[in-house]
Design a binder for this molecule. Structure first.
Ligand SMILES: [Zn+2]
Length: 275
C-alpha cells in the first residue's frame, strides 16, 4: 500500500537519480547546438567599370552608391555629391515628363532642385514630399487599370526625387520607369561622366566669360548654349576633344539623345565648382 511519503519520493531509481543530480552538477557541453557556417561569408564583389557601362540605369545607380559607400574603394565623389546628383537626375527625368505632371508635383520638383543646390532647407523638402505623397495617395486610390500604370509610375518617380537623404545613401532607390532606360543612362553619364575615370578641367580654361556662361546655362537650364560654351573654352585655350565634344554633341545625328544635358552636368559643375 502506497503512503503519501512513498508517492512524494517515487521509485528508488528516481530517488537515486535526484540525489545524483544534486551531487554532480550537470556537465556543460562544449559543443554548441547552433549551426556553424561551413565557410565565412564571401565579401561583396567590388563594382567594376562594366557595371557602369552596361547601360542599365538601376545597375548604374547601385554601382554609384556602392562606389561611394564601400570602404574598400577610394572614390573621388563624396556621398553628399552622389546624393545631390542623383536627386538632380530624378528631377531631370521628371522634367522630361513635365507636361504630364500636376501643378503640385511641378512645385515639388522646383523645391527639390532648390534643396539639391542648398537654397532650400530640409523642412522645405519634407513639405514638398508630403505634398507629393498626398497626390500619390489620390492616384493609388483609383482602381488599377492599364492606363493608370503610367500615372502611378510617374508619381513614384516624383516621390523618388523628393526622398529623404538616407534613402539615397543606401542605394535602395533605383530608376524611374516612365522615362526610357536609354535616356536615363545618358542622363546619368551626363551627370557623373565616368566615375571610374575622373576627368578634370584645367583652371586656366575657367575664365570669367566661361564662368558667366556656365552660370546662365545652369540657372536658366539653357543647354542650347553649350556649343557657345565650347567656343568660349576654346578661346581660353582648351583643346581637349573630350570636353569640346561633350559641349557640341556627337556627330552621330542618328542618336540625338547622346548630346542631352541636365542640371548637374559634370562639366558645368566642374566649371562652377559645385559638389
Ligand atoms: Zn553635359
Amino acid at each position: 500500500m502506497f503512503t503519501g511519503r512513498n508517492r512524494r519520493s517515487g521509485s528508488l531509481r528516481s530517488v537515486w537519480y535526484r540525489r545524483e543530480r544534486k551531487r554532480r552538477p550537470r556537465e556543460v557541453s562544449t559543443q554548441t547546438n547552433t549551426l556553424q557556417p561551413v565557410s565565412p561569408p564571401r565579401p561583396r564583389p567590388v563594382p567594376i567599370e562594366g557595371h557602369w557601362q552596361c547601360g542599365n540605369p538601376d545597375a548604374m545607380i547601385r554601382c554609384l552608391v556602392r562606389l561611394a559607400t564601400d570602404p574598400r574603394i577610394v572614390f573621388h565623389l563624396p556621398i553628399q555629391t552622389v546624393e545631390r546628383k542623383l536627386r538632380l537626375f530624378y528631377c531631370a527625368c521628371c522634367r522630361i515628363r513635365w507636361d504630364s505632371l500636376s501643378p503640385s508635383c511641378r512645385n515639388a520638383i522646383v523645391t527639390v532642385e532648390r534643396y539639391a543646390d542648398g537654397w532650400e532647407n530640409r523642412r522645405g523638402l519634407h513639405k514638398a514630399r508630403r505634398a507629393v505623397q498626398d497626390v500619390g495617395r489620390v492616384v493609388r486610390a483609383i482602381p488599377y487599370s492599364q492606363d493608370q500604370w503610367d500615372a502611378r509610375s510617374l508619381i513614384a518617380l516624383v516621390e523618388r526625387a523628393a526622398e529623404v537623404p538616407t534613402r539615397f545613401r543606401t542605394g535602395v532607390i533605383c530608376g524611374g520607369y516612365p522615362v526610357q532606360a536609354t535616356t536615363q543612362a545618358v542622363l546619368l553619364r551626363d551627370l557623373f561622366d565616368n566615375p571610374f575615370r575622373p576627368y578634370s578641367v584645367e583652371p586656366r580654361w575657367i575664365t570669367p566669360t566661361v564662368v558667366a556662361l556656365a552660370r546662365v546655362i545652369y540657372s536658366e537650364r539653357s543647354f542650347d548654349l553649350m556649343p557657345i560654351l565650347a567656343d568660349a573654352l576654346q578661346d581660353a585655350g582648351c583643346d581637349d576633344e573630350y570636353i569640346l565634344t561633350h559641349c557640341r554633341g556627337h556627330e552621330d545625328v542618328s542618336s540625338p539623345v547622346q548630346s542631352s544635358h541636365a542640371r548637374g552636368c559634370w562639366l558645368i559643375d566642374a566649371i562652377l565648382g559645385k559638389e
